[in-house]
Write a protein of this length. Sequence first.
Length: 491
Amino acid sequence: MEFITFLLTEVYTKGLLLYCITVLLITLILGIISFVTLRKYLRENRRIDYADVVLSTLTPSISLVAPAYNEGKTIVENIRSLLSIHYASYEVIIVNDGSRDDTLQKAIEAYQLEVVDFAVNEELVSKSIRNIYKSSLPAFRNLIVVDKENGGKADALNAGINVSSGRFVACIDVDCVLAQDSLLKMVKPFLEGKTRVIATGGVIRIANSCVIEHGSIVEVKVPDSFLARVQVLEYLRSFLMARMAWGRIDGLLLISGAFGMFDREIVVKAGGYNPKTVGEDLELVVRMRRYMIENKLPHTVRFIPDPLCWTEAPESITILSRQRNRWMRGTIETLLLHRKMFLNPAYGKLGLISYPYWLFYEFLAPHIEFFGFLILLTLSVLGLVDWTFFLSLMGMVYAFVIMFNLFTLLAEEFTYFQYKRFRDLFKLILTAFLEPILFHPFLVISAIQGNLDFLEGKKTWGEMTRKGFTKEAPTAKPVLPQKEESLRHSD
Protein backbone atom coordinates (compact mmCIF):
# COMPACT_ATOMS: atom_id res chain seq x y z
CA MET A 1 0.00 0.00 0.00
CA GLU A 2 2.83 2.37 0.81
CA PHE A 3 4.43 1.65 -2.55
CA ILE A 4 1.16 2.43 -4.37
CA THR A 5 0.80 5.62 -2.36
CA PHE A 6 4.37 6.56 -3.32
CA LEU A 7 3.60 5.98 -7.00
CA LEU A 8 0.41 8.02 -6.86
CA THR A 9 1.99 10.96 -5.05
CA GLU A 10 5.69 11.29 -5.88
CA VAL A 11 5.81 9.74 -9.35
CA TYR A 12 2.49 11.22 -10.47
CA THR A 13 3.08 14.76 -9.24
CA LYS A 14 6.68 15.00 -10.41
CA GLY A 15 5.92 13.28 -13.68
CA LEU A 16 2.97 15.58 -14.34
CA LEU A 17 5.07 18.64 -13.54
CA LEU A 18 7.82 17.51 -15.92
CA TYR A 19 5.32 16.77 -18.70
CA CYS A 20 3.61 20.15 -18.29
CA ILE A 21 6.93 21.98 -18.41
CA THR A 22 7.98 20.19 -21.61
CA VAL A 23 4.61 20.91 -23.25
CA LEU A 24 4.82 24.61 -22.37
CA LEU A 25 8.45 24.84 -23.46
CA ILE A 26 7.84 23.16 -26.83
CA THR A 27 4.75 25.29 -27.43
CA LEU A 28 6.74 28.46 -26.66
CA ILE A 29 9.60 27.46 -28.95
CA LEU A 30 7.21 26.65 -31.82
CA GLY A 31 5.40 29.95 -31.27
CA ILE A 32 8.60 31.99 -31.44
CA ILE A 33 9.82 30.17 -34.55
CA SER A 34 6.41 30.68 -36.20
CA PHE A 35 6.25 34.38 -35.41
CA VAL A 36 9.75 35.07 -36.74
CA THR A 37 9.12 32.97 -39.86
CA LEU A 38 5.76 34.61 -40.45
CA ARG A 39 7.23 38.13 -40.35
CA LYS A 40 10.00 37.06 -42.74
CA TYR A 41 7.45 35.53 -45.13
CA LEU A 42 5.40 38.73 -45.19
CA ARG A 43 8.45 40.91 -45.89
CA GLU A 44 9.59 38.72 -48.76
CA ASN A 45 6.18 38.36 -50.39
CA ARG A 46 5.28 42.05 -50.34
CA ARG A 47 7.60 42.47 -53.31
CA ILE A 48 5.97 39.77 -55.42
CA ASP A 49 3.56 40.74 -58.19
CA TYR A 50 1.31 37.71 -58.61
CA ALA A 51 -0.31 39.32 -61.66
CA ASP A 52 2.83 38.47 -63.65
CA VAL A 53 2.49 34.82 -62.65
CA VAL A 54 -1.16 34.73 -63.75
CA LEU A 55 -0.24 35.89 -67.26
CA SER A 56 2.92 33.82 -67.63
CA THR A 57 2.89 31.00 -70.21
CA LEU A 58 5.55 29.21 -68.13
CA THR A 59 3.20 28.70 -65.18
CA PRO A 60 3.07 24.94 -64.37
CA SER A 61 -0.23 23.18 -64.87
CA ILE A 62 -2.36 22.28 -61.85
CA SER A 63 -5.20 19.79 -61.50
CA LEU A 64 -7.73 20.80 -58.84
CA VAL A 65 -9.44 17.62 -57.62
CA ALA A 66 -12.66 17.86 -55.57
CA PRO A 67 -14.62 14.75 -54.50
CA ALA A 68 -18.40 15.16 -54.22
CA TYR A 69 -21.08 12.96 -52.68
CA ASN A 70 -24.76 14.03 -52.59
CA GLU A 71 -23.90 17.70 -53.16
CA GLY A 72 -26.94 18.38 -55.35
CA LYS A 73 -28.07 21.46 -53.42
CA THR A 74 -24.76 23.32 -53.87
CA ILE A 75 -22.78 21.60 -56.63
CA VAL A 76 -23.47 24.24 -59.30
CA GLU A 77 -22.19 27.08 -57.09
CA ASN A 78 -19.32 24.95 -55.81
CA ILE A 79 -18.08 24.31 -59.34
CA ARG A 80 -18.53 27.96 -60.32
CA SER A 81 -16.41 29.02 -57.35
CA LEU A 82 -13.58 26.67 -58.33
CA LEU A 83 -13.70 27.83 -61.94
CA SER A 84 -13.26 31.48 -60.92
CA ILE A 85 -9.76 31.07 -59.46
CA HIS A 86 -7.05 33.28 -60.98
CA TYR A 87 -4.47 30.98 -62.57
CA ALA A 88 -3.11 30.60 -66.08
CA SER A 89 -3.22 26.82 -66.54
CA TYR A 90 -5.43 24.63 -64.38
CA GLU A 91 -8.24 22.11 -64.67
CA VAL A 92 -11.09 21.44 -62.26
CA ILE A 93 -11.85 17.75 -61.75
CA ILE A 94 -15.08 17.05 -59.87
CA VAL A 95 -15.31 13.40 -58.81
CA ASN A 96 -18.91 12.32 -58.30
CA ASP A 97 -18.39 9.44 -55.86
CA GLY A 98 -21.57 7.48 -56.58
CA SER A 99 -23.95 10.19 -55.35
CA ARG A 100 -27.51 9.05 -54.72
CA ASP A 101 -29.09 12.45 -55.31
CA ASP A 102 -29.12 14.73 -58.38
CA THR A 103 -25.51 15.96 -58.03
CA LEU A 104 -24.44 14.67 -61.44
CA GLN A 105 -27.62 15.68 -63.25
CA LYS A 106 -27.45 19.27 -61.98
CA ALA A 107 -23.81 19.56 -63.05
CA ILE A 108 -24.66 18.17 -66.49
CA GLU A 109 -27.50 20.65 -67.00
CA ALA A 110 -25.71 23.72 -65.62
CA TYR A 111 -22.46 23.23 -67.53
CA GLN A 112 -23.79 21.34 -70.59
CA LEU A 113 -21.62 18.31 -69.92
CA GLU A 114 -21.16 15.61 -72.50
CA VAL A 115 -19.64 12.12 -72.19
CA VAL A 116 -16.20 12.03 -73.81
CA ASP A 117 -13.67 9.35 -74.71
CA PHE A 118 -10.93 9.74 -72.14
CA ALA A 119 -7.82 7.62 -71.70
CA VAL A 120 -7.48 7.15 -67.95
CA ASN A 121 -4.00 6.37 -66.69
CA GLU A 122 -4.86 3.93 -63.91
CA GLU A 123 -1.74 4.48 -61.82
CA LEU A 124 -3.63 4.45 -58.50
CA VAL A 125 -6.20 1.91 -57.34
CA SER A 126 -9.79 3.18 -57.24
CA LYS A 127 -13.36 2.04 -57.83
CA SER A 128 -14.59 1.73 -61.41
CA ILE A 129 -15.18 4.93 -63.40
CA ARG A 130 -18.54 4.95 -65.19
CA ASN A 131 -18.20 8.01 -67.40
CA ILE A 132 -16.11 11.13 -67.85
CA TYR A 133 -17.78 14.38 -68.86
CA LYS A 134 -16.53 17.65 -70.31
CA SER A 135 -18.41 20.85 -71.00
CA SER A 136 -19.47 21.73 -74.52
CA LEU A 137 -19.17 25.41 -73.59
CA PRO A 138 -15.79 27.02 -74.42
CA ALA A 139 -15.90 29.05 -71.19
CA PHE A 140 -15.74 25.83 -69.15
CA ARG A 141 -13.24 23.89 -71.24
CA ASN A 142 -11.09 23.27 -68.13
CA LEU A 143 -13.93 21.46 -66.30
CA ILE A 144 -13.93 17.66 -66.06
CA VAL A 145 -16.55 15.66 -64.16
CA VAL A 146 -15.80 12.04 -63.27
CA ASP A 147 -18.70 9.74 -62.41
CA LYS A 148 -17.57 6.66 -60.49
CA GLU A 149 -18.76 3.95 -58.17
CA ASN A 150 -18.88 4.85 -54.49
CA GLY A 151 -15.60 4.29 -52.67
CA GLY A 152 -15.04 7.11 -50.19
CA LYS A 153 -13.00 10.27 -50.21
CA ALA A 154 -9.54 8.70 -50.53
CA ASP A 155 -10.76 6.47 -53.35
CA ALA A 156 -12.37 9.43 -55.14
CA LEU A 157 -9.16 11.45 -54.86
CA ASN A 158 -7.18 8.57 -56.34
CA ALA A 159 -9.62 8.42 -59.27
CA GLY A 160 -9.29 12.18 -59.79
CA ILE A 161 -5.49 11.94 -59.75
CA ASN A 162 -5.65 9.16 -62.36
CA VAL A 163 -7.65 11.46 -64.63
CA SER A 164 -5.52 14.54 -63.93
CA SER A 165 -2.94 15.88 -66.37
CA GLY A 166 -1.38 18.66 -64.30
CA ARG A 167 2.17 18.64 -63.02
CA PHE A 168 0.78 19.41 -59.58
CA VAL A 169 -2.41 18.20 -57.93
CA ALA A 170 -4.43 20.36 -55.53
CA CYS A 171 -6.91 18.37 -53.46
CA ILE A 172 -9.83 20.23 -51.90
CA ASP A 173 -13.20 19.67 -50.27
CA VAL A 174 -15.78 20.69 -52.83
CA ASP A 175 -17.65 22.99 -50.42
CA CYS A 176 -14.60 25.01 -49.34
CA VAL A 177 -14.18 28.63 -50.44
CA LEU A 178 -10.78 29.41 -51.95
CA ALA A 179 -9.13 32.80 -52.25
CA GLN A 180 -8.80 33.67 -55.93
CA ASP A 181 -5.00 33.80 -55.72
CA SER A 182 -4.75 30.56 -53.71
CA LEU A 183 -3.21 28.42 -56.47
CA LEU A 184 -0.63 31.10 -57.23
CA LYS A 185 0.58 31.20 -53.65
CA MET A 186 0.45 27.44 -53.17
CA VAL A 187 2.50 26.71 -56.30
CA LYS A 188 5.16 29.33 -55.58
CA PRO A 189 7.26 27.16 -53.19
CA PHE A 190 7.44 24.41 -55.84
CA LEU A 191 9.22 26.84 -58.15
CA GLU A 192 11.73 28.17 -55.64
CA GLY A 193 15.01 26.86 -54.29
CA LYS A 194 17.12 23.83 -55.05
CA THR A 195 15.40 21.27 -52.80
CA ARG A 196 12.41 19.54 -54.36
CA VAL A 197 9.10 20.51 -52.74
CA ILE A 198 6.67 17.57 -52.71
CA ALA A 199 3.71 19.22 -50.95
CA THR A 200 2.45 22.56 -49.73
CA GLY A 201 -0.33 23.38 -47.29
CA GLY A 202 -2.10 26.59 -46.42
CA VAL A 203 -4.04 28.10 -43.55
CA ILE A 204 -7.62 26.90 -43.16
CA ARG A 205 -9.94 29.61 -41.82
CA ILE A 206 -13.41 29.35 -40.28
CA ALA A 207 -16.14 30.82 -42.51
CA ASN A 208 -19.08 30.60 -40.05
CA SER A 209 -21.00 33.93 -39.96
CA CYS A 210 -18.86 35.35 -42.78
CA VAL A 211 -20.64 36.95 -45.73
CA ILE A 212 -20.13 34.85 -48.88
CA GLU A 213 -21.35 35.85 -52.32
CA HIS A 214 -20.82 33.92 -55.58
CA GLY A 215 -18.29 31.64 -53.96
CA SER A 216 -16.11 34.40 -52.48
CA ILE A 217 -15.68 35.84 -48.99
CA VAL A 218 -16.86 39.46 -49.10
CA GLU A 219 -16.89 40.16 -45.35
CA VAL A 220 -15.01 38.35 -42.59
CA LYS A 221 -16.79 38.09 -39.25
CA VAL A 222 -16.17 36.22 -36.01
CA PRO A 223 -18.73 33.39 -35.66
CA ASP A 224 -21.80 34.06 -33.51
CA SER A 225 -21.62 30.53 -32.08
CA PHE A 226 -19.18 30.04 -29.20
CA LEU A 227 -18.31 26.55 -30.44
CA ALA A 228 -17.37 27.89 -33.88
CA ARG A 229 -15.61 30.89 -32.34
CA VAL A 230 -13.38 28.73 -30.16
CA GLN A 231 -12.40 26.79 -33.28
CA VAL A 232 -11.30 30.06 -34.90
CA LEU A 233 -8.85 30.48 -32.05
CA GLU A 234 -7.84 26.83 -32.23
CA TYR A 235 -7.20 26.97 -35.99
CA LEU A 236 -5.17 30.17 -35.69
CA ARG A 237 -3.05 28.59 -32.99
CA SER A 238 -2.63 25.36 -34.92
CA PHE A 239 -1.78 26.86 -38.30
CA LEU A 240 -0.06 30.18 -37.58
CA MET A 241 1.68 29.15 -34.36
CA ALA A 242 2.49 25.49 -35.01
CA ARG A 243 2.55 24.35 -38.62
CA MET A 244 4.44 27.48 -39.62
CA ALA A 245 7.21 26.39 -37.25
CA TRP A 246 7.19 22.76 -38.36
CA GLY A 247 7.46 23.93 -41.96
CA ARG A 248 10.39 26.15 -41.04
CA ILE A 249 12.37 23.29 -39.46
CA ASP A 250 11.31 20.91 -42.25
CA GLY A 251 9.43 18.61 -39.89
CA LEU A 252 5.89 19.01 -41.24
CA LEU A 253 3.90 15.75 -41.38
CA LEU A 254 0.39 17.03 -42.05
CA ILE A 255 -1.25 18.90 -44.90
CA SER A 256 -4.92 19.62 -44.20
CA GLY A 257 -7.32 17.46 -46.17
CA ALA A 258 -9.44 20.54 -46.86
CA PHE A 259 -6.81 22.04 -49.19
CA GLY A 260 -3.33 20.88 -50.11
CA MET A 261 -1.11 20.80 -53.19
CA PHE A 262 1.15 17.90 -54.14
CA ASP A 263 3.78 16.92 -56.65
CA ARG A 264 1.77 14.48 -58.74
CA GLU A 265 4.75 12.31 -59.62
CA ILE A 266 5.60 11.66 -55.97
CA VAL A 267 1.97 11.05 -55.00
CA VAL A 268 1.76 8.31 -57.62
CA LYS A 269 5.11 6.76 -56.73
CA ALA A 270 4.15 6.73 -53.04
CA GLY A 271 0.90 4.89 -53.84
CA GLY A 272 -1.70 7.67 -53.56
CA TYR A 273 -4.29 7.98 -50.81
CA ASN A 274 -4.94 5.04 -48.50
CA PRO A 275 -8.71 4.30 -48.47
CA LYS A 276 -8.31 2.04 -45.42
CA THR A 277 -7.54 4.88 -43.00
CA VAL A 278 -9.78 7.67 -41.70
CA GLY A 279 -6.76 10.00 -41.57
CA GLU A 280 -5.77 9.78 -45.22
CA ASP A 281 -4.37 13.35 -45.36
CA LEU A 282 -1.84 12.78 -42.55
CA GLU A 283 -0.96 9.28 -43.72
CA LEU A 284 -0.28 10.35 -47.32
CA VAL A 285 2.18 13.08 -46.35
CA VAL A 286 4.05 10.75 -44.00
CA ARG A 287 4.23 8.05 -46.70
CA MET A 288 5.43 10.54 -49.33
CA ARG A 289 8.18 11.73 -47.02
CA ARG A 290 9.17 8.15 -46.21
CA TYR A 291 9.37 7.39 -49.93
CA MET A 292 11.71 10.31 -50.53
CA ILE A 293 13.96 9.49 -47.57
CA GLU A 294 14.12 5.76 -48.27
CA ASN A 295 15.08 6.51 -51.88
CA LYS A 296 17.65 9.08 -50.73
CA LEU A 297 15.88 11.94 -52.55
CA PRO A 298 16.28 15.42 -51.01
CA HIS A 299 12.89 17.02 -50.46
CA THR A 300 10.82 19.33 -48.27
CA VAL A 301 7.20 20.12 -47.40
CA ARG A 302 6.28 23.79 -47.18
CA PHE A 303 3.56 25.73 -45.38
CA ILE A 304 1.86 28.91 -46.62
CA PRO A 305 0.49 31.22 -43.87
CA ASP A 306 -1.84 33.19 -46.15
CA PRO A 307 -5.59 32.71 -45.50
CA LEU A 308 -6.20 30.73 -48.69
CA CYS A 309 -9.11 28.44 -47.82
CA TRP A 310 -12.29 28.96 -45.80
CA THR A 311 -14.46 26.18 -44.46
CA GLU A 312 -17.45 25.78 -42.18
CA ALA A 313 -16.72 24.53 -38.66
CA PRO A 314 -19.17 22.28 -36.78
CA GLU A 315 -21.49 24.17 -34.42
CA SER A 316 -22.87 21.04 -32.78
CA ILE A 317 -21.19 19.25 -29.88
CA THR A 318 -22.18 15.90 -31.39
CA ILE A 319 -20.77 16.68 -34.84
CA LEU A 320 -17.58 18.21 -33.46
CA SER A 321 -17.06 15.19 -31.20
CA ARG A 322 -17.30 12.87 -34.22
CA GLN A 323 -14.76 14.99 -36.05
CA ARG A 324 -12.20 14.97 -33.20
CA ASN A 325 -12.86 11.28 -32.59
CA ARG A 326 -11.95 10.61 -36.20
CA TRP A 327 -8.84 12.80 -36.01
CA MET A 328 -7.57 10.73 -33.09
CA ARG A 329 -8.28 7.44 -34.87
CA GLY A 330 -6.47 8.74 -37.94
CA THR A 331 -3.48 9.72 -35.80
CA ILE A 332 -3.31 6.26 -34.20
CA GLU A 333 -3.54 4.52 -37.58
CA THR A 334 -0.74 6.65 -39.07
CA LEU A 335 1.54 6.21 -36.06
CA LEU A 336 1.09 2.44 -36.21
CA LEU A 337 1.55 2.19 -39.98
CA HIS A 338 4.79 4.19 -39.81
CA ARG A 339 6.13 3.08 -36.41
CA LYS A 340 9.41 2.18 -38.10
CA MET A 341 10.24 5.89 -38.08
CA PHE A 342 10.17 6.26 -34.28
CA LEU A 343 13.59 7.50 -33.08
CA ASN A 344 15.11 6.07 -36.25
CA PRO A 345 18.06 8.29 -37.28
CA ALA A 346 17.69 7.06 -40.86
CA TYR A 347 14.63 9.33 -41.13
CA GLY A 348 16.45 12.41 -39.81
CA LYS A 349 14.28 15.09 -38.25
CA LEU A 350 11.10 13.19 -39.02
CA GLY A 351 12.18 10.14 -37.06
CA LEU A 352 13.93 11.94 -34.22
CA ILE A 353 11.66 14.98 -33.74
CA SER A 354 8.39 14.96 -35.72
CA TYR A 355 7.25 11.39 -35.08
CA PRO A 356 8.08 11.49 -31.32
CA TYR A 357 6.25 14.82 -31.05
CA TRP A 358 3.11 13.34 -32.60
CA LEU A 359 3.38 10.29 -30.37
CA PHE A 360 4.01 12.07 -27.04
CA TYR A 361 2.14 15.36 -27.52
CA GLU A 362 -0.60 14.69 -30.05
CA PHE A 363 -1.49 11.09 -29.18
CA LEU A 364 -0.50 10.72 -25.51
CA ALA A 365 -1.45 14.19 -24.22
CA PRO A 366 -5.20 13.54 -23.81
CA HIS A 367 -4.44 10.17 -22.17
CA ILE A 368 -2.13 11.77 -19.63
CA GLU A 369 -4.72 14.45 -18.85
CA PHE A 370 -7.59 11.98 -18.56
CA PHE A 371 -5.80 9.45 -16.37
CA GLY A 372 -4.22 12.27 -14.41
CA PHE A 373 -7.73 13.42 -13.52
CA LEU A 374 -8.65 9.89 -12.39
CA ILE A 375 -5.52 9.73 -10.23
CA LEU A 376 -6.38 13.12 -8.76
CA LEU A 377 -9.80 11.81 -7.76
CA THR A 378 -8.18 8.76 -6.16
CA LEU A 379 -5.70 10.88 -4.23
CA SER A 380 -8.54 13.15 -3.10
CA VAL A 381 -10.44 10.19 -1.66
CA LEU A 382 -7.29 9.04 0.12
CA GLY A 383 -6.60 12.55 1.41
CA LEU A 384 -3.19 12.64 -0.26
CA VAL A 385 -3.57 15.65 -2.55
CA ASP A 386 -1.13 18.49 -2.12
CA TRP A 387 -3.62 21.15 -3.11
CA THR A 388 -1.08 23.96 -3.00
CA PHE A 389 1.09 22.18 -5.56
CA PHE A 390 -1.85 21.13 -7.72
CA LEU A 391 -3.53 24.55 -7.83
CA SER A 392 -0.20 26.24 -8.48
CA LEU A 393 0.45 23.88 -11.39
CA MET A 394 -3.01 24.39 -12.85
CA GLY A 395 -2.70 28.14 -12.43
CA MET A 396 0.63 28.12 -14.26
CA VAL A 397 -0.78 26.08 -17.14
CA TYR A 398 -3.93 28.21 -17.40
CA ALA A 399 -1.91 31.44 -17.39
CA PHE A 400 0.39 30.11 -20.08
CA VAL A 401 -2.51 29.01 -22.30
CA ILE A 402 -4.12 32.44 -21.97
CA MET A 403 -0.83 34.14 -22.77
CA PHE A 404 -0.29 31.98 -25.83
CA ASN A 405 -3.86 32.50 -27.03
CA LEU A 406 -3.42 36.27 -26.79
CA PHE A 407 -0.04 36.01 -28.49
CA THR A 408 -1.74 34.13 -31.35
CA LEU A 409 -4.36 36.86 -31.71
CA LEU A 410 -1.61 39.48 -31.65
CA ALA A 411 0.22 37.66 -34.44
CA GLU A 412 -3.00 37.56 -36.48
CA GLU A 413 -3.67 41.27 -35.96
CA PHE A 414 -0.12 42.28 -36.90
CA THR A 415 -0.02 40.13 -40.02
CA TYR A 416 -3.24 39.39 -41.91
CA PHE A 417 -5.67 41.45 -39.78
CA GLN A 418 -8.75 39.53 -40.93
CA TYR A 419 -10.95 40.60 -38.00
CA LYS A 420 -11.15 44.36 -38.31
CA ARG A 421 -14.07 45.15 -35.99
CA PHE A 422 -13.30 45.82 -32.33
CA ARG A 423 -16.26 43.74 -31.16
CA ASP A 424 -14.93 40.75 -33.12
CA LEU A 425 -11.55 41.07 -31.46
CA PHE A 426 -13.21 41.43 -28.06
CA LYS A 427 -15.18 38.21 -28.64
CA LEU A 428 -11.97 36.35 -29.51
CA ILE A 429 -10.18 37.67 -26.42
CA LEU A 430 -13.07 36.57 -24.22
CA THR A 431 -13.02 33.19 -25.94
CA ALA A 432 -9.29 32.92 -25.21
CA PHE A 433 -10.03 33.04 -21.47
CA LEU A 434 -12.92 30.55 -21.65
CA GLU A 435 -11.37 28.01 -24.03
CA PRO A 436 -9.15 26.14 -21.51
CA ILE A 437 -12.10 25.70 -19.13
CA LEU A 438 -15.07 25.04 -21.43
CA PHE A 439 -13.56 23.59 -24.61
CA HIS A 440 -10.36 21.73 -23.79
CA PRO A 441 -11.95 19.09 -21.50
CA PHE A 442 -14.37 18.28 -24.33
CA LEU A 443 -11.42 17.65 -26.66
CA VAL A 444 -9.86 15.27 -24.15
CA ILE A 445 -13.07 13.26 -23.82
CA SER A 446 -13.49 13.09 -27.62
CA ALA A 447 -9.91 11.85 -28.00
CA ILE A 448 -10.42 9.14 -25.38
CA GLN A 449 -13.59 8.02 -27.17
CA GLY A 450 -11.59 7.94 -30.39
CA ASN A 451 -9.17 5.50 -28.77
CA LEU A 452 -12.00 3.29 -27.61
CA ASP A 453 -13.57 3.31 -31.09
CA PHE A 454 -10.20 2.45 -32.62
CA LEU A 455 -9.81 -0.53 -30.30
CA GLU A 456 -13.29 -1.66 -31.34
CA GLY A 457 -12.24 -1.49 -34.98
CA LYS A 458 -14.59 1.36 -35.94
CA LYS A 459 -13.91 2.68 -39.46
CA THR A 460 -16.91 4.94 -40.10
CA TRP A 461 -16.75 8.73 -39.98
CA GLY A 462 -20.26 9.30 -38.65
CA GLU A 463 -22.85 11.58 -40.23
CA MET A 464 -21.74 15.22 -40.40
CA THR A 465 -24.49 17.87 -40.43
CA ARG A 466 -23.69 21.49 -41.28
CA LYS A 467 -25.76 24.64 -41.46
CA GLY A 468 -24.28 25.84 -44.74
CA PHE A 469 -23.20 29.35 -45.68
CA THR A 470 -26.73 30.74 -45.92
CA LYS A 471 -29.28 31.89 -43.40
CA GLU A 472 -31.58 29.00 -44.23
CA ALA A 473 -32.52 26.31 -41.75
CA PRO A 474 -29.81 23.70 -41.11
CA THR A 475 -29.70 20.82 -43.54
CA ALA A 476 -27.67 17.67 -43.66
CA LYS A 477 -24.24 18.31 -45.17
CA PRO A 478 -23.52 15.69 -47.85
CA VAL A 479 -20.58 13.50 -46.97
CA LEU A 480 -18.39 10.90 -48.56
CA PRO A 481 -18.91 7.33 -47.37
CA GLN A 482 -16.08 4.87 -47.16
CA LYS A 483 -18.56 2.11 -47.72
CA GLU A 484 -22.16 2.22 -48.83
CA GLU A 485 -23.40 1.82 -45.27
CA SER A 486 -20.98 4.27 -43.59
CA LEU A 487 -20.87 8.01 -44.05
CA ARG A 488 -17.63 9.99 -44.12
CA HIS A 489 -16.79 13.65 -44.07
CA SER A 490 -13.67 15.64 -44.87
CA ASP A 491 -12.30 18.50 -42.79
